[in-house]
Design a protein. Structure first.
Ligand SMILES: Cc1cc2nc3c(=O)[nH]c(=O)nc-3n(C[C@H](O)[C@H](O)[C@H](O)COP(=O)(O)OP(=O)(O)OC[C@H]3O[C@@H](n4cnc5c(N)ncnc54)[C@H](O)[C@@H]3O)c2cc1C
Length: 593
């Protein structure tokens, strides 16, 4: 079975040449992120991922987490791996020194997170949720709450969860019913939450649940939701653990994938909870967690794609079957044009998604730290536009890539022991949790395009126009072809944005019926933009560095332009023409045999 090897060359290329690691390192507070330090961190993360997490991925899937009498045991080896994760300081990487963090840029943390997730997605979910909870407390928690919880959570000694979902409240959180009754300096929380990732486990001594609930006289809908911290064990004034709180894990789910990650049904019975921020503003605070988590789930799409690609590539080089089309004897399947097509679809889309995710991570750093307010605002607007794209497009594509990975393996892909099937099963959740693709697309079309008249998207298209002028200077045949495909893609985005802005107010059903194709179009073109930038950088470096890597990058970018970016005009047609048809079909006609 193939072992995970972090694609450090491509990661470093994306960080340095595309995401501007050099500039990020100059931002106030990020001075520690020198090239040498970053290289050393990436090397160590790569070792930890390959040596500690990857060997537990398959066994963890087979064994799964187990529930017994309210307690959850994670699979063999997970506790030890988590201890090493904490001791290695990995939990503290992206957080400020105030709480014991290492204060490294999001860009660096993103590359590390990709490696942990590629190696073992089930394991990586625990840190993912903890980081979201830390962000929410950092931004909205009182000083007292921060003091009680943040140090332990940043260190990784305590983990965090996000408790939104209830049986009747999934995508629509307006329907949340859990109750929070004030009592002195705290509240009493009651209700049932379902699907809570790492809601109960044996990796850490305490679990800090962030829970959405309603106070007794709260208004209906999303305006009446508040956010509470509900620890598994109450914390004494000296910081030590006190009595067990009224938060209990009633069961865990049996799932299609991520078997090692416990998905808990949580029951809160008069549990002591502490308000985060102000009453009735819970959803806004939860969005802080959700945006960070949405980005991370998008990154899961990248990570699973990379892992599925590595496995398929290794298999394709070994498996001998069929004869060389050019004549001769039997060959490894990697020699067959269709297998090469599948592998290149996997590779090129993975690299495009990685590049976009890293560029968005760098924009998050600039938005947080740049001294110039205008730069901060511009980058935040770009991040807001791209987060649903990173989440929706990278996860949908991640499933396609993992499915191609199964296909490359032939029948053995369907058999669990190769590991290819696990990637497909694990990938399947990524388009569902943290907001389904439909919800991401609604956010993109409604909040990020229609509400502001397409302003940020148009600013991005202007940027693409300026970049086109740069591409035009190259005489390289691949770059010429890439330029043509990117220009057609940008035009397709522009026409779709105009359509959405013109129709969102008057034909809302038809506009939103095209939301997911529009999200895909944005991803395909944004990925094409990054691959074009990568190709340009590769062409410039061809004679100065790692020739084989840069030649491969040019060829991969050309493949992406010819096979993926070329889909953009058809996606535009789905947005502007095909979408309205969805709404004209009567419900009954869908039932017709
Ligand atoms: C393994 C796993 C882990 C999870 N972890 C957590 C967690 O840690 N914390 C937590 O709070 N939740 C968690 N969830 C819950 C997850 O976030 C929800 O399942 C998800 O938000 C979808 O909600 P739902 O399942 O109720 O589907 P529904 O909301 O019922 O959606 C069903 C379908 O309808 C579509 N749909 C619904 N509304 C709209 C709309 N307005 N426009 C267009 N389409 C729409 C959806 O896209 C979907 O295709 C987890 C779920 C799973 C399975």
């Amino acid at each position: 079975m193939s072992a995970y090897v972090a694609p450090l060359k491509d990661m470093k290329f994306a960080m340095k040449e595309l995401a501007g690691l050099g500039e990020v390192g100059k931002l106030p507070g990020y001075e520690e992120a020198t090239p040498d330090t970053v290289d050393a961190i990436l090397e160590e993360a790569s070792k930890f991922s390959s040596q500690v997490l990857d060997p537990l991925n398959y066994s963890g899937d087979l064994e799964g987490s187990r529930w017994s009498d309210g307690a959850v045991s994670t699979p063999k080896g997970f506790k030890e791996a988590y201890r090493k994760y904490v001791e290695g300081g990995w939990a503290a990487l992206p957080f400020g020194a105030e709480w014991g963090g290492q204060g490294l840029p999001k860009l660096v943390a993103t590359a590390v997170e990709e490696m942990l997730t590629s190696a073992n997605m089930s394991f990586s979910l625990c840190p993912l949720l903890t980081q979201g909870a830390i962000h929410a407390l950092e931004l909205a928690g009182s000083q007292a709450l921060q003091k009680t919880f943040l140090g332990k959570m940043v260190a990784g000694d305590w983990t965090g969860t996000m408790n939104l979902t209830e049986p009747q409240a999934g995508s629509d959180l307006a329907l949340v019913r859990s109750k929070a009754v004030p009592e002195g300096d705290h509240y009493r929380i009651s209700g049932q939450k379902i699907f809570i990732t790492y809601g109960e486990h044996d990796l850490a001594e305490n679990i800090v649940h962030l829970v959405l609930a309603r106070t007794p006289d709260a208004p209906e809908g999303v305006k009446g939701i508040s956010l509470f911290v509900v620890p598994k064990f109450l914390v004494k004034p000296d910081g030590s653990l006190g009595e067990r709180n009224g938060a209990r894990c009633a069961s865990i789910e049996h799932k299609l994938g991520i078997h090692a990650s416990p998905t808990a049904v949580m029951v809160y019975e008069n549990a002591v909870g502490f308000l985060v921020g102000e009453e009735n503003k819970g959803l806004a605070y939860m969005f802080i967690m959700m945006n960070a988590a949405r980005f991370s789930v998008g990154l899961e799409g990248v990570a699973i794609s990379e892992r599925a690609f590595q496995r398929a590539l290794a298999y394709a080089r070994e498996r001998v079957q069929g004869r060389d089309l050019n004549g001769g004897g039997t060959v490894p399947i990697i020699r067959h044009p269709d297998v090469r097509r599948m592998l290149m679809l996997m590779k090129s889309q993975t690299e495009a998604m990685r590049a976009l995710a890293y560029v968005v991570a760098a924009a998050l750093d600039v938005a947080a730290r740049h001294p110039d307010e205008k730069m901060r605002q511009q980058n935040q607007a770009f991040v807001d536009l791209m987060i649903p794209v990173v989440k929706g497009w990278s996860t949908e594509t991640g499933i396609e890539v993992a499915s191609l990975g199964v296909q490359v393996h032939g029948g053995m892909g369907f058999i669990e022991e190769t590991g290819a099937a696990q990637h497909l099963r694990d990938a399947r959740i990524t388009t569902i949790y943290e907001g389904t693709t439909g919800i991401q697309a609604n956010d993109l079309v409604g909040r990020k395009i229609a509400r502001e008249g397409g302003a940020t998207a148009k600013a991005w298209l202007e940027h693409l126009k300026a970049f086109d002028a740069e591409l035009a200077k190259s005489g390289n045949a691949d770059l010429k072809a890439i330029r043509g495909a990117l220009a057609a893609g940008a035009a397709a985005v522009g026409e779709s944005v105009d359509y959405i802005v013109a129709h969102a107010g008057k034909d809302v059903m038809a506009t939103f019926a095209g939301a997911v194709p529009f999200l895909k179009l944005m991803g395909v073109v944004a990925g094409g933009w990054q691959m074009a930038r990568a190709a340009l950088a590769a062409e410039k470096n061809l004679r100065s560095g790692d020739k084989a890597f840069f030649e491969a990058k040019l060829a991969t970018a050309r493949f992406y332009a010819d096979q993926v970016l070329v889909q953009a005009p058809a996606l535009r047609d789905t947005v502007v023409k095909g979408a309205s048809a969805v709404m004209t079909i009567p419900d009954d006609a869908m039932l017709a045999a």
